[in-house]
Write a protein that binds this ligand. Structure first.
Ligand SMILES: NC(=O)c1ccc[n+]([C@@H]2O[C@H](COP(=O)([O-])OP(=O)(O)OC[C@H]3O[C@@H](n4cnc5c(N)ncnc54)[C@H](O)[C@@H]3O)[C@@H](O)[C@H]2O)c1
Length: 352
């Protein structure tokens, strides 16, 4: 029996991955989440049914989804007492986890990254416990989500922004300064991933997603928040900063496609970009959403809001050359999906 582990399985990327694993395989999936940000599977699993068994919930008619609610570190500590604690407690017959996807992290948007950097620094503790466990448990394959925030911020300024390539993080050369404690923790995580691969023989790949978005993303992120405001025909349309700052937007379905390709091909802990390779400013994004909504808006800059680096986008040449991968979902198509989801949600809430 194959069983996969998804930490942070109730968060944005985690729940999309969990649904994909359940759909694309017949395997079991064990998810961990403390629900500090993520939401209970009853909110995002179709035809939700569950039964309680000890301290897990077994979900779905076919009982392939297991949910352990709590701090991922506490879950990992249990392995120190008994390396077979999952098998012994939950009657699951397997040798080791097959694919392990580690999405449990304190992420948040710009407000969190700049407003409470020491809370975000707790990711260092989550990741250190994770890699310590990985090197003992030896899952078949491991996915570590780093981030575009690991790239040096001086390559993302108004005057010096470049399309960031994988080689712009060079552990043997000059690393540069990443973005706040969030970027530092991701850079450290990548370093630990390489150690896990080289010193402990674990198959690990790191991804550096740029601005991932999707229909069910939390409203604290700019894309769904802007979509909802366009659906309500905001005018003047508020933008954080001047709106000239730009990001590289990539749809969650494309991210997940590429994760599977990378896990099948990369074992050495190296980091790979996941983006569209295109820079889109927030002004362009607002224009696109207003166009989808069918109106034109005046822009109202909110200059006291945190905006982060000026331009963050990537080169996707290496991924294209090695694996032939390109995103399937265009910006307009993806944003239209997000817009339609926002309309549905607002209607349900009686706000439209
Ligand atoms: N979404 C993106 O575009 C993007 C971009 C770059 C990197 N990433 C990385 O991907 C991963 C997932 O991101 P996301 O967007 O899904 O974030 P998210 O906040 O939606 O999900 C993280 C999940 O982890 C849970 N969590 C936090 N601390 C925990 C703990 N100690 N124990 C158990 N659960 C805990 C939260 O409740 C949440 O459900 C993160 O590592 C993030 O840095 C995401």
């Amino acid at each position: 029996m194959k069983i996969h582990l998804v930490s942070g399985g109730c968060g944005f990327v985690g729940r999309n991955m969990t649904r994909r694993l359940l759909k694309a395989t017949n395997d079991k999936v064990f998810i961990i989440d403390d629900l500090s940000i993520g939401t209970h599977p009853s909110n995002w699993m179709e035809n939700f049914t569950s039964r309680k068994y000890k301290d897990v919930e077994i979900i779905g008619q076919d009982e392939r989804l297991y949910f352990w609610q709590g701090d991922f570190r506490n879950f990992l500590f249990r392995f120190r007492e008994n390396p077979r604690f999952v098998q012994d407690n939950y009657g699951l017959d397997f040798e080791r986890f097959c694919d392990v996807f580690h999405f449990a992290a304190i992420v948040g948007g710009r407000l969190k990254i700049e407003g409470d950097p020491m809370a975000v620094a707790l990711d260092l503790s989550i990741d250190a416990e994770f890699f310590y466990w990985v090197c003992r448990h030896k899952p078949e394959r491991v996915l570590y989500p780093s981030s575009s925030a690991a790239y040096p911020v001086n390559l993302q300024s108004e005057s010096h922004a470049i399309a960031l390539g994988e080689g712009d993080i060079d552990f043997k050369g000059n690393l540069g300064t990443p973005d706040m404690t969030y970027g530092w923790s991701k850079l450290t995580g990548e370093f630990l991933a390489q150690i896990a691969a080289r010193h402990y023989g674990v198959s690990v790949v790191c991804i550096r997603p740029f601005s991932g978005y999707g229909e069910d993303q939390d409203l604290s992120y700019p894309v769904p928040a802007i979509a909802a405001r366009a659906a309500r025909r905001e005018n003047p349309f508020e933008v954080w900063g001047t709106g000239k700052q730009g990001r590289d937007f990539v749809h969650i379905d494309d991210i997940i496609d590429l994760i599977f390709i990378l896990m099948a091909n990369v074992r050495d802990g190296s980091g790979w970009n996941i983006g569209s390779g295109k820079l889109t400013s927030f002004l362009d994004l607002i224009e696109l959403f207003c166009d989808i909504a069918g109106y034109k808006a005046n822009i109202k800059p909110l200059l006291d809001k945190p905006v982060g680096v000026h331009s963050r986008y990537c080169k996707m040449d290496l991924v294209k050359e090695k694996f032939g991968w390109e995103p399937k979902i265009s910006l307009r198509e993806g944003m239209t999906r997000v817009y339609n989801a926002a309309v549905e949600r607002l209607k349900k809430e009686g706000k439209l």
